[in-house]
Design a protein around this ligand. Structure first.
Ligand code: GCU
Length: 614
């Protein structure tokens, strides 16, 4: 392309980018937590809708659009039945096959393994309505786009495959045979979050629990109860009521600590909370959780909350005021042994148990918010968490709708997990290309995250570059806005051979802590050979031995997260007999077999455990 044309092109595109960015600035409202999401449904009266759901596979979205590709008023959401012998109804949930919820559809039917499109889910249920009571339907997650209907009425739409959402069905529910229908579409889109290409399987469906949540007419919808940033004895936060009786006296109790503090909610049902408390602080060594009760005049919610402070100071990460090293490992939400989207407490216990065996006190849950059971299990086990939204690789940075989507997923992630002591890092993105539009997009997300939760560390997994053949530099402009920097590197796998790390020196533009958020090499379990033969356990072991000695030389390194704990399914990994559509960088196979490299990391972490405080 000739120079002059490109200059006008650059000017024009910069003007266009500025216009879009201006637009972006306008749509971002102030710091509102997720307006409708109910916090801590486990602490409330719920009715599970898990189990068998009738389904209709609908690749052409016939149940949604008419033949003119216009939304049809008579779609499958009507759950219609022929009333007379002459009636023409071309679908029938009752005689359609069922799928299990929670669960992805890909691993439930051989023919759905590669299916990307729409599947309609229907659940019928009876419900005894009660006076002064409201009812919500709550979804742990639905990948990717969910249109939800009850008794033929549209409740709403949710976009994003890894965060919860709920709808108020109080005025729509009836006593007998309610028809709850969800159109789930996991088609990938360029403007979506994530976008078209991911190195993980696009598992579709109602992948997490679905439940009915019963509340009083005015209830405690959401609350934030944690230690104030930098403090180890000042609890601060807020709570919010939802309903018609918004001005109330509300008491926060921590019975075990003899605490009971009352506050008054304002006309919007909102109250700031602040009190002094001498509590046992949560840490990996002692993951202390307190029963916390929020008692309003019309509602009572109980939760289990840990209290700890987390900060960065210079290149240090401080937990409860003391420097720590994050002995981590990355985890995808892939079910051990059976494959598919993990969703159960057992899945969480198995995966976190392996992380503990490795000697980890930290896990990076990649690249999207994992299910709540995983977070709560880590809270109990004392494993710190890096939680991330799927702003992955090359998102459509200039699109206001894409930003709003990412922001919403961020709000939902923080709303759901903000009271979990285990979560110490919110990550905004993974391996995104340096550029103005990207920087502004991510700055907007960081701003939003800080407005929702000023107490946690903000990070992102970035990339590095060579300043000369032996110097690795981390100077991504995004680093300026982060508390902790994450960097993914594959020196010895995508970049040269393992011994290349021996000559490398690491430099960073920022005086901040670094977490090496990814490094890894592939080997199917049981594939053996010499240390330089790719795809062998010996190569992977060799890779990690060199990595560990390099990592030990990085003075500002405060955490490591090998990629990855367990092999996982990926559409980008076809190599027959080796990958078979799995990324084999696991330290453990998907059948739970530990590879040689597992023990290299385990030895390193045990050494760290001995030398550094937990
Ligand atoms: C990337 C990416 C991962 C991917 C990994 C790999 O860095 O963040 O999602 O799976 O590298 O190539 O194995």
């Amino acid at each position: 392309m000739s120079c002059s044309r490109s200059r006008t092109f650059i000017v024009r595109s910069t003007v266009f980018a500025a216009l879009c960015l201006g637009l972006l600035a306008v749509v971002t409202p102030a710091s509102a937590q997720h307006p409708t999401l109910i916090a801590n449904t486990d602490g409330r009266k719920t009715i599970s809708l898990d189990g068998q759901w009738q389904t209709i596979i609908d690749p052409y979205e016939t149940g949604y659009y008419d033949y003119r590709y216009q939304p049809s008023a008579n779609g499958y959401f009507k759950d219609a039945k022929p009333r007379t012998k002459s009636d023409l109804i071309e679908y029938d949930f009752d005689t359609s096959e069922s799928l299990t919820v929670p669960g992805d559809w890909n691993t439930q039917r051989e023919r759905l393994l590669l299916y990307e499109g729409t599947i309609w889910y229907r659940k019928s249920f009876d419900y005894q309505r009660k006076p002064n009571t409201r009812l919500f339907v709550y979804f742990g997650a639905a990948n990717y786009l969910a249109d939800v209907y009850l008794n033929g009425e549209k409740l709403g739409r949710h976009e994003g495959g890894f965060t919860p959402f709920n709808f108020d069905i109080t005025n729509l529910v009836r006593d007998k045979s309610n028809s709850l229908i969800v159109k789930v579409d996991n088609k990938r889109r360029r403007d979506a979050v994530p976008t078209l290409i991911t190195d993980w399987w696009n598992y579709g469906g109602l992948t997490r629990q679905v439940k009915l949540v019963e509340t009083p007419a005015t209830f405690v919808q959401d609350y934030f109860i944690q230690l104030q940033k930098g403090s180890r004895n000042q609890v601060s936060g807020w709570l919010r009521l939802n309903g018609d009786k918004l001005s109330q006296r509300v008491t926060v109790r921590i019975p075990e600590a003899g605490i009971g503090k009352s506050f008054s909610t304002d006309a919007n049902g909102y109250a700031e909370i602040s009190f002094n408390a001498d509590l046992t602080l949560w840490s990996p060594n002692n993951p202390k959780l307190y029963d916390v009760v929020i008692e309003a005049e019309t509602d009572r919610v109980q939760d289990q909350i840990g209290f700890r402070s987390i900060e960065s100071r210079g290149t240090e990460i401080l937990l409860n005021g003391r420097p720590i090293f994050l002995r981590g490992v990355c985890i995808h939400e892939e079910a051990p042994f059976r494959g598919g989207r993990a969703y159960s407490r057992e899945d969480a216990i198995t995966l976190l148990g392996w992380a503990k065996e490795l000697g980890a006190n930290f896990v990076r849950l990649a690249h999207y918010p994992h299910n709540e059971l995983m977070i709560k299990e880590a809270d109990k086990l004392g494993i710190m968490i890096w939680s991330e939204i799927p702003v992955y690789w090359t998102i459509l940075w200039e699109s206001p709708a894409t930003l709003e989507n990412a922001r919403n997923q961020l709000s939902e992630m923080i709303t759901r997990d903000k009271n979990r002591a285990a979560v110490i890092v919110w990550s905004m993105a993974n391996e995104t290309p340096v550029g103005d539009a990207r920087l502004l997009f991510l700055k907007k997300l960081i701003e939003h995250a800080r407005s929702l939760d000023p107490g946690r560390l903000i990070s992102a997994a970035m990339e590095r570059h060579y300043t000369d053949e032996k110097t690795q530099m981390i100077d991504d402009p995004l680093g300026e806005y982060l508390d902790v920097l994450g960097c993914n590197e594959y020196v010895g796998w995508y970049d040269g051979l393992p011994e290349k790390t021996d000559r490398l020196e690491w430099k960073m533009k920022y005086q901040k802590p670094l977490i090496m958020s990814e490094f890894g090499a592939e080997a199917p379990y049981g594939n053996h050979g010499d240390p330089l033969t790719r795809w062998t356990e010996e190569y992977q072991e060799n890779f990690y031995q060199h990595q560990v000695s390099m990592l030990k030389r990085i003075s500002f390194l405060r955490g490591t997260c090998p990629w990855i704990l367990m092999d996982f399914r990926s559409p980008r990994r076809p190599l027959p007999g080796i990958q078979d559509f799995h990324n084999r960088k696991g330290l453990i196979s998907d059948r739970g077999e530990k590879k040689k490299a597992f023990y290299v990391m385990q030895k390193y972490y045990h050494e760290l455990e001995l030398t550094l405080p937990k």
